[in-house]
Design a protein around this ligand. Sequence first.
Ligand code: SF4
Ligand code: SF4
Length: 420
Amino acid sequence: MVKLTENKHYSENKPTRSMPLPPKVYLSLIQHLGKICVPEVKVGDKVSCGQKIASLPSGVYSPIHASISGTVEAIQDCPHPVLGRAKAVVIRGEGETDTDFSRFIRKESDSLTAQELRDIILEAGIVGMGGASFPTHIKLNPPKPIGTLIINGAECEPYLTADARLMVEKSREIAAGISLITGCLGIKEVCIGIERNKPEAIEAFSGMPGIKVKVLPSDYPQGGEKQLIRNIMGRDLPRGKYPFDIGVLVQNVSTIFAIYEAVYKGKPLFERIVTVTGSCVKEPVNLLVRVGTPVRDLIKFCGLKEEPAKIIIGGPMMGIAQYTDDVPLIKSSNGLLLMNEKEAAAFEEDPCIRCAACVRGCPVGLMPCQLNLASERSFWGMTKDMGVMDCIECGVCNYVCPSHRRLLQTIKRAKLEVRK
Ligand code: SF4
Ligand code: SF4
């Protein structure tokens, strides 16, 4: 764990504002971990906001919904914030949109079974919104009984404040979402982990019946599943095991809020809060934005103080630098960070001096310097044996390395090769 300059002051006290509807949205057919969805609409079709526009009959997927009402203009290759490029449905808006989704409400929430809750979550296209994008209906179907629900309210990435604002502004709704999960899955214990640097969020959940609040140090990375389990329950998740193996389920606050909206309002996941921040932004803000909105529209709305040298979707540690401002937001996009030239300057890589700073800093006990060497030599089997798949891609090794070695980049490559 490391202490980072938080830089949350840009937006932490700014209440969430709604961004005006974008003229066009670019809805990628892959916004989740799993298989790419197949469009259910064709060019020229009229669609209404909240309508399902892409899905699959089975498998690991999460359907995609129209985030504005309008006409399907194209189905084409578009920039994607994680994959570089992917096929997307382009919708030209009509300037108005639905706000009432009660037609999608299925059943009284009090009498939902676990399967009915999962079906609603699947139909609403909900995925892990903390960055992982794993389909939530699958995560809520663990193969083992769950005794403890851990709510991730850590938001440890510098600059980002979207989850913190959500916890302050929607604590009652998040609590109702938690009750849905615990009721349907028969979970007895609930604990929300919030970092010390979010006193308003801590206050919002303190005293809520049935929810323990664990105040966490403002260290990075605090929001990984393993770190939360260790810091909240004092238990270590063994290598290769999942939280459900020890009876734990971890959910992010934004995901729980999306579940609340799906069940109580019938609303599919087509918008989310995004922190637009950084030294180049004239008015840093937490914005409620439609999924599929291109980054250039957010930049236009917030204004610029200076031309950004680097555009990152996410935070500075785990976020991904973008090659174009045409890139649209997807369901897991929690921040847009615009850095100036000085902040974005890249360092020259020097040889490893074997200082072991990366080993001491790695929150999951890996040896990033050794993984880097093995990956550079394409020894994929060796990286697997060294536990490369446990890497949570937190970027701490890069951050602490005095030789500015690009450890994470080579580790990510090894993970890809091992997965293949
Ligand atoms: S190896 Fe992975 S988990 Fe360890 S510090 Fe580097 S990025 Fe983080
Ligand atoms: S921190 Fe950098 S220089 Fe030090 S051991 Fe790791 S890779 Fe080598």
